[in-house]
Design a protein around this ligand. Structure first.
Ligand code: GAR
Length: 212
């Protein structure tokens, strides 16, 4: 069984999707062993506690810079013997000391169809504000491996969601979570734990790509 460590910063609905998926037996070959939060009081911590999952808080505000924070995260990941690290609404870009230590073993869920509306400064509600500002008719979510550049690692799964004329950033965010993120994140985690993702020439390939 692979040790899955989930990193969170906020509400934790993606963490909840993982917990529910695990409870239904849909995460094969792995188990969530720890949740690490960058914020004290994040509701995601309650979700983990309710599911009996150990939690660790490493507050970003306690560290002077990105490097010292990333080193603290790396130490904890090593202590937890993480096989897979899942960024589920984790709002901090980590230094390459973490990404280089876990090549193709960190995955992130991003609330847009990469390469649209991604990179530094595109997180949470801002992503949906930008999509509506541009006027795209389709957005969605992407699960990808994390490398040294923000939102630039190999894409694992994507799922489109239609944009409605009356969407607000909040309604679009919610629909993308429900219809895309909460489905493709647990699916990608299971695929990873089942060794069903292969990487060739910097691209990720999934054995079974017939996603709904
Ligand atoms: C989710 O929409 C996630 O994709 C996004 O923040 C939200 C967190 O919600 N993540 C990013 O923007 C990272 N770049 P959650 O805490 O309820 O899972």
């Amino acid at each position: 069984m692979k040790n899955i460590v989930v990193l969170v910063s906020g509400g934790g609905t993606n963490l909840q999707a993982l917990i529910d998926s695990q409870a239904r037996g849909e995460i094969k070959g792995g188990s969530i062993s720890c949740v690490i939060s960058s914020k004290e009081g994040a509701y995601a911590l309650e979700r983990a506690k309710n599911a009996g999952i150990p939690t660790v808080v490493i507050p970003r505000k306690d560290y002077a810079d990105k490097l010292s924070y990333s080193r603290a995260i790396l130490e904890e990941l090593e202590r937890q013997k993480a096989d897979l690290i899942v960024l589920a609404g984790f709002m901090i870009i980590l230094d390459e000391c973490v990404t280089k230590a876990y090549p193709y073993r960190i995955i992130n869920v991003h609330p847009a169809l990469i390469p649209s509306f991604c990179g530094e400064g595109y997180y949470g509600l801002k992503v949906h504000e930008k999509a509506l500002e541009y006027g795209v008719k389709v957005s969605g979510a992407t699960v990808h491996f994390v490398n040294e550049q923000a939102d630039a690692g190999a894409v694992i799964l994507q799922h489109p969601v239609a944009v409605r004329n009356d969407d607000t950033p909040e309604t679009l965010q919610r629909r993308i979570m429900e219809k895309a993120e909460w489905k493709i994140l647990p699916r990608a985690v299971s695929l990873f734990c089942e060794d069903k993702i292969t990487v060739k020439d910097g691209k990720a390939y999934v054995e079974n790509t017939d996603e709904e």
